[in-house]
Structure formats: C-alpha cells, structure tokens
Design a protein around this ligand. Structure first.
Ligand SMILES: Cc1ncc(COP(=O)(O)O)c(C=O)c1O
Length: 377
C-alpha cells in the first residue's frame, strides 16, 4: 500500500512512473460480456437472487467443469460468490476451528494467512525455494502434523507464476486424501498457462480424491472482470451448505447483473480469452529473456499467471540490504513499481506483473537494469 501511495504521489507530480505492481489484467472486459450486463439491467434482473447465485450461473459453472475437465458436479455442490476471494473466505471460515493448522506454501498469496488467522487457525508455512517454488508431495508430507486440517494450493501461483505439474498435483492429492486433510485449490489463474505447461484442475482427478476438495475459482482475471466481483466454489454438499451460511449472513448473493454477465462469459465466444492469452504469451517470453540477461538477477520460469518472480539476492549489499529496500529505491530513483517478495513470504525476490504494455515492459526493464548496474558499482 505504501508503494501504491508513493507511486500515486509521484504521478500527481507529473513523473512518468512505470507500474509493474498490477494484480489485474490491463485489458477491458470483452464487449459481449458488457452487453449481457446491459440487457440484464433492462430485463429487470436487479433483485436478490439465491444466495449461491442464479440457476443459470451455477449451471454454466457446472457445464464448464464438465466440458473441460470431465467432472460431474451437482447444483448443491456449487455456489457463486463475490469474487474468488469470497469463495476462499467462505471455505476457510466454515471449516477451521481455533488452533487448526493450515498449510500454506511459500511464496503465498497475501490473503491466505490473513483469512486463516481471522478464522482462528494457525498458518504453517512450507518452504519451497529448494524446488524453485514448485510445491512437491514430499514437502507437504514433511509439514503435516496431527493438527493439520487444511491446505490451500494455488497453481498457477501468485506471486511466483509457477505451476505444479499434474502428476505431482495428483501425488499431493493422494497424500492428503490418505491423511484426511481438506484442500482448497485456488484456481484464479487456471487458464493462464503457457505451453509446454498445460491447464490443469483438480476437478479432473478421480472422485475419491475430491471428497475433501473445495475448488475456488474466479472470473476476474480470465475475463478481465476484476471489478465485477464474480467467483465461485465447487465443493462437497455439506461444505457448500456451510459456506452458504457464511455468505447468506454476510454479503448475500453476488451482484445480480454481474451474474448475468458471468453467464455470458462462460457460454459466449471465448476468442477474447485466447487473444489476451496470446498477448501475455508474447510479453512473458520477452520479459523472461530480458530479466535473465540482467547480470546478478535470476528468474525461475513462470509457467502461468502474469507474473515473473526474479531473485535480487545477488544484488543486495550494505547499501540495499533487503528486497523491500530494493523496491523502495527502485521507485524513488527509477520511478518503477515492483512488489517486494517479502510480502509473499519470500525475502530477496520481487514480483513483476506483465499485465501492462510491451512499451512499459521495455522501459521498466531498462530502468531495473540501470538501477542494478548502479548498485553493483
Ligand atoms: C491467487 C489469487 N487468488 C484469488 C484472487 C481473488 O480474485 P477475485 O476475488 O478478484 O476473484 C486473486 C486476486 O488477485 C489472486 O491473486
């Protein structure tokens, strides 16, 4: 937040700031989706809906998972929510009792520990640097204790962009099933995966591995709909019923007009998703190459999402001792916003979002290179 405010203050002074902090697409919501919202308003779809969303939206979510992953979900196993964030919140709050341990792999999305703590749970962090931030079944096994109730998996990961390979994902799910541990898979970046990596959902696993699984999904990134606030959960009936209670006594149904727009997103033409993906693919290739050519910087391959997560550890010295100081000085000296990895539990790293134009990427990377060169002299 401090960085966002500092960047806004610089912009207000007329400074040309390059912003790699964005956690949302730089594209506008596709027109067919906007039109569906207009029509919904005109048709009077402006009233409360069922807490878990309209029949049409629930069915579109079920149909998408059936067509894409061959998964069979019933209507009492699905609910729409106000963004993927609320799905995760509902799932954690309805499950966790005080003192329950919840496994979170580092680096983690900042909301995970906060929700766990809110629910009275205890976040237990899994270090994954040794495997380049790709979580393995072995690492999960080492972290399990008799108090472990839940794990939250996020692949593709925000902030690292890393993807758990499907075979390893299945091994993790087998282990968790054997140990009776609940799972939330955060599929916010589900469809942002770059070949040769492949789109994978735990929904495609056999039903006996999904008995304690809640899939939390979102339309925010896939359809550039961050402001519309539509996400969803797919989970066993009993868990869904408990989640509906949380939602029913907090926000109630997600926005009725946005729900109609979401139905169009799922059922309408998907060309805009392909176009956005193609653009991210080009930017990602350029960025990864450019970052890796900066001396003293290293970067794992982010197979998904729209972030790169380079290490700046080799650049740190007695002038700039932490990644937070690196990010702060990059902003004041080179007017470039990046997110400090320590915020995600990974000191020494930076998150760079490529949800911005090629021109901005080129300018910003040049500034980072100049800054690193100065630090090393
Ligand atoms: C990993 C991850 N999960 C979930 C979300 C939630 O997205 P929303 O609530 O907009 O659907 C985000 C948003 O930044 C995210 O990065």
């Amino acid at each position: 937040m401090a960085a966002i405010q500092a960047a806004a203050a610089l912009r207000a002074e007329g400074v040309d700031v390059v912003d790699f902090g964005a956690g949302e697409p730089d594209f506008d919501t596709p027109d067919n989706i906007k039109r569906a919202a207009e029509l919904a308003m005109r048709a009077g779809k402006t009233k409360y809906t069922s807490t878990g969303g309209t029949r049409e939206l629930q069915q579109s979510i079920i149909d998408f998972y059936a067509a894409t992953f061959g998964a069979k979900y019933e209507r009492n196993e699905v609910m729409a929510s106000c963004g993927g964030k609320q799905a995760i919140f509902n799932a954690v709050v309805s499950l966790i009792d005080p003192g329950d341990e919840v496994l979170l792999a580092k680096p983690y999305w900042v909301t995970f520990p906060e929700v766990v703590i809110f629910a009275g749970g205890v976040p237990v962090y899994i270090e994954t640097e040794e495997t380049g931030f790709v979580l393995s079944a072995e690492q999960v096994a080492r972290a399990i204790t008799p108090r472990t109730k839940l794990i939250i998996l996020n692949s593709p990961c925000n902030p690292s962009g890393r993807v758990i390979p499907p075979a390893e994902f299945q091994k993790i799910m087998e282990l968790l099933t054997e140990r009776g541990i609940y799972v939330i898979t955060d599929e916010c970046y589900l469809r942002f995966v770059y070949p040769p990596a492949e789109v994978f959902s735990a929904a495609s696993l056999p039903a006996d591995l999904r008995k304690r699984l809640c899939i939390a999904g979102s339309l925010s990134k896939t359809y550039a709909m961050t402001g519309w606030r539509i996400g969803y959960a797919l989970a066993p009936r009993e868990w869904t019923r408990e989640m509906l209670k949380v939602q029913g006594h907090s926000t109630s149904n997600p926005n009725s007009i946005a729900q109609s727009a979401a139905v169009e997103a799922f059922r309408g033409p998907q060309a805009s998703v392909a176009a956005m993906l193609a653009e991210y693919t080009t930017r990602r290739a350029w960025l990864l190459n450019a970052l890796r050519s900066i001396p003293h910087l290293s970067c794992n391959e982010p197979e998904g999402a729209f972030y790169a997560f380079p290490s700046v550890r080799e650049c740190l010295n007695d002038k700039v001792r932490t990644s937070a100081e690196f990010a702060a000085r990059l902003l004041t000296e080179e007017h470039t916003v990046v997110t400090d990895g320590a915020a995600f539990g990974a000191e020494g790293y930076l998150r760079i979002s490529y949800a911005t134009s090629m021109a901005q990427l080129q300018e910003g990377v040049m500034r980072i290179e100049r800054f690193v060169a100065r630090l090393r002299n």
